[in-house]
Design a protein around this ligand. Sequence first.
Ligand SMILES: Cc1cc2nc3c(=O)[nH]c(=O)nc-3n(C[C@H](O)[C@H](O)[C@H](O)COP(=O)(O)O)c2cc1C
Length: 226
Amino acid sequence: MTELPLVLAMTGASGAGFAIRLLQCLRHAGIPVQLTYSDAALQVLRTELGLRIESCETEFRPELFGLDGAAPWWQRLSDSPPPDLGPQVQPEAPVEVYAVNDLSSPIASGSHLTRGMIICPCSGNTLSAVARAAASNLIHRAADVHLKERRPLVLVTRETPLSTPQLENMAAVSRFGATVLPASPGWYHGVRSIYDLIDFIVARILDQFRIPHQLTSRWGTLAKEE
Ligand SMILES: Cc1cc2nc3c(=O)[nH]c(=O)nc-3n(C[C@H](O)[C@H](O)[C@H](O)COP(=O)(O)O)c2cc1C
């Protein structure tokens, strides 16, 4: 049986590096991805990583995401590339891109089967829409579909400090069945570079879907220091 696709939505919270590294890992793992992004996400991708993607872009071109070619996604974050992802066991799967205002796309319907959905990074605005079942764009609608179909939905939120409405929205989506996975990395695994922080979060996201990876060591296998 062919693998079900995973929906990945990028919204306008800070932390674009988490999203691109995640996309890189999903492709490496051979997971088909159905991708959509808000206009604010494109602004953050440009501000933080220098990636210039137009909202009308619906053909997946890896170079636009810094995953191929002369301008890699990490060049503003580090002098060196991220750690290698290890041997590629599965062939790379396709990435399909849907415009955020295309409410007729497959992911807008519960009849379209998916493995689940990740919103990474997830803005307070999108969190609020998910908490209220607002469906005014494709990201909100797809999230609502995942809730109603009782499929995994992971929200990688990023904001600090958190307002009371945001805290209440997090509690609400958690009650409705979503997983709130704040972009808040641990520091106990021997942090030496920005990739240790990025990969900590990406590993936790992949774990939610039981996608194998070698991004970080697991607690219990780490050497304990005096
Ligand atoms: C560079 C930049 C960084 C931002 N960082 C955050 C953030 O970390 N968290 C957040 O909730 N909103 C953040 N925002 C604001 C959101 O982008 C804004 O609320 C937007 O309306 C979200 O729209 P969306 O949910 O459709 O992506 C940021 C905006 C910009 C331009």
